[in-house]
Design a protein around this ligand. Structure first.
Ligand SMILES: *[C@@H]1O[C@H](CO)[C@@H](O)[C@H](O)[C@H]1NC(C)=O
Ligand SMILES: *[C@@H]1O[C@H](CO)[C@@H](O)[C@H](O)[C@H]1NC(C)=O
Ligand SMILES: *[C@@H]1O[C@H](CO)[C@@H](O)[C@H](O)[C@H]1NC(C)=O
Ligand SMILES: *[C@@H]1O[C@H](CO)[C@@H](O)[C@H](O)[C@H]1NC(C)=O
Ligand SMILES: *[C@@H]1O[C@H](CO)[C@@H](O)[C@H](O)[C@H]1NC(C)=O
Ligand SMILES: *[C@@H]1O[C@H](CO)[C@@H](O)[C@H](O)[C@H]1NC(C)=O
Length: 517
């Protein structure tokens, strides 16, 4: 379908929805008050800060923009630099220093996973009476059965277990041989080769909504799209509007974003057509910054996926849905269309959503997330003033150990306290890269020497991280280094077993990636 056609489809369906009578709407509101919302959590993969229409991207995202415009845009919102870390914090409400997942991400052949003593957000919502469903990318470990989504609180599951896969044949190599990574809670899905995952996952999500959206139990749908992670693959029709982009990576990526956006349009339309919109809360988030070498973009932010620069962690995120709109008006007299600039982190969804639905946080280990519902719906001050981005003691060191205060500056770490952000060690490539072929700006290559290992920024004044204040503001540096020391005292050892456990070889398990222990 062309972009124009699906914009028409979307706006057509919106027209249908808004033409409901006032009494219909009052009825729906009463119902919303009495019941708990359906929660649809959409997680995009490697979706960059500068790749969404409402941030001024050259890539059109009308459906995502529509949701954001009818909700609350989170513009001081953080995720983690890579996939498993963000997903682990979303699922557990806990920092990586408290789950042992400080280092890198989980490899397909690695006997690793989100520790079983951390209940997931799905466990808690299920305990609170929700019917829980997951579609898409897991990436939180699968070496034992108990680590798989259907044992982590999800009633049903449809998707892949690892970090990436082929969008069409759903295979990822072990050594040089590609094997299927595609399952439902019932077993391998072998019959969808050739079908693009953005379509498959959207269709499955729509199925879930149709099957469970009108049952007694409210619905929690976690839709973790494969889009727009590499490999750069998309049906040609989606790149047509972007022929003018000469750079192949960027052009293909733009098409992938278009497919994602079309999926969001289809999902939105389904919620409206089924009369579920008014009682649905939608959360949209990326899992990390865009990957510049793979077509993503975070300009004017510094750096990209995998780094501790803002381009790696400052995420696209918003909250939307009829339930939110109703709640905001009811609680604060505030309508939708807000921009929220309070500090919010991906670990905050756990307590925010569990408390919202009257669930219990009993049985969880101490959470690092805080409840942000009032912040989001009423513009209240965030209860979060401190955000530990990460401490990764295994990260390759840039310089030699260099102790300042009680902290070794060569350790890769970053912490935010109020408007200040402190980085130590090697944060990753800190270049400013505009989208290729766009406008007149050009790449500014990271100006810092490779031995530098301490930075301080005031993110409010300097969100693009141009002005290192570490020499001008030694007392702030001391305070933030101390914050790292205090966090580090609570850290558990890193769990990062060998990345190539030969027992994981899918040839030993019916030619499909899956549990091996
Ligand atoms: C694959 O199998 C599932 C389950 O039987 C079915 O719902 C789906 O339509 C099949 N897909 C194709 C392309 O045949
Ligand atoms: C959205 O729905 C249209 C119409 O049914 C369909 O052609 C298209 O493939 C869907 N797109 C996605 C990404 O699922
Ligand atoms: C936690 O609370 C839920 C719901 O109130 C209850 O079903 C469950 O048994 C409690 N769990 C623990 C460990 O106390
Ligand atoms: C963090 O804590 C660990 C364990 O107590 C310690 O070995 C390490 O030196 C600390 N890291 C830094 C940078 O101080
Ligand atoms: C950092 O990225 C820039 C822009 O892509 C590139 O030109 C530069 O070579 C990279 N630096 C390193 C050390 O890789
Ligand atoms: C880029 O374009 C803007 C607006 O057109 C202009 O103000 C600016 O000076 C230009 N910058 C360069 C480096 O050419």
């Amino acid at each position: 379908m062309t972009t124009v056609a699906y914009i028409l489809l979307l706006t057509g369906s919106l027209f249908v929805a808004t033409s409901a009578t006032a009494s219909d709407r009052n009825e729906a509101k009463k119902k919303a008050e009495a019941t708990r919302p359906h929660i649809v959590f959409i997680l995009a993969d490697d979706y960059g800060f500068n790749d969404v229409g409402y941030h001024g991207s050259e890539i059109a995202t009308p459906a995502i923009d529509y949701l954001a415009r009818h909700g609350v845009k989170l513009e001081n919102y953080y995720v983690q630099p890579v996939c498993s870390p963000t997903r682990s914090q979303l699922m557990s409400g806990r920092y990586q220093i408290h789950t042992g997942l400080q280092h890198q991400y989980i490899w397909n052949s690695q006997a690793n996973g989100l520790p079983l003593d951390s209940p997931t957000i799905a466990d808690k919502l299920k305990e609170a009476g929700y019917s829980t469903h997951m579609v898409g990318k897991w990436h939180l470990g699968f070496y034992k059965l108990q680590y798989m989504p259907q044992y982590r609180g999800f009633d049903t599951y449809y998707g892949y277990l690892g970090g990436w896969t082929n969008y069409y044949n759903h295979k990822i190599p072990y050594g040089k041989i590609p094997y299927l990574d595609f399952r439902s809670e019932k077993g391998p899905v072998r019959n969808e080769s050739g079908h693009y995952s953005a379509n498959l996952f959207t269709d499955k999500a729509i199925d879930v909504i149709k099957t469970y959206g009108h049952n007694e139990k409210p619905l929690f749908l976690y839709l973790a799209y494969q889009s727009v992670h590499s490999p750069l693959q998309v049906p040609k029709s989606y790149t047509k509007p972007y022929k003018y982009i000469k750079n192949w990576n960027r052009r293909t990526y733009a098409g992938m974003v278009a497919a994602l956006d079309e999926g969001v349009a289809n999902l939105t339309r389904t919620l409206k057509e089924r009369g579920l919109w008014d009682n649905t809360l939608i959360v949209f988030s990326t899992d990390n910054g865009g990957c510049v070498p793979q077509g993503g973009n975070n300009f004017p932010l510094r750096g990209w996926k995998g780094s501790l620069w803002e381009g790696g962690m400052k995420g696209v995120g918003f909250v939307s849905g009829g339930y939110l709109n109703w709640h905001m008006r009811k609680d604060g007299g505030m309508g939708p269309g807000q921009v929220n600039r309070e500090l919010i982190h991906v670990s905050d969804w756990f307590p925010t959503l569990v408390k919202l639905v009257g669930g219990s946080l009993n049985g969880t280990k101490p959470l690092d997330g805080v409840d942000q519902w009032e912040t989001i719906t009423q513009g209240a001050k965030s209860k979060r003033t401190v955000l530990l981005h990460n401490i990764d003691p295994l990260y390759t060191r840039r310089g030699s150990p260099e102790i300042q205060g009680a902290w070794d500056l060569s350790v890769r770490a970053a912490v935010r306290v109020g408007d200040y952000k402190l980085i130590t060690g090697n944060p990753g490539n800190g270049s400013w890269v505009p989208p290729p072929g766009e406008g007149n700006s050009s790449v500014v290559v990271d100006p810092d020497p490779p031995t530098k290992q301490l930075w301080l920024f005031n993110i409010k004044d300097d969100p693009e991280e141009h002005h290192d204040l570490s020499e001008q503001e030694p007392e702030v540096v001391e305070r933030l280094l101390n914050a790292l020391v205090v966090f580090n005292d609570t850290a558990v050892p890193v769990r990062f077993p060998p990345t190539h456990d030969p027992r994981s070889n899918p040839a030993l398990h019916g030619g499909v990636w899956g549990p091996w222990e």
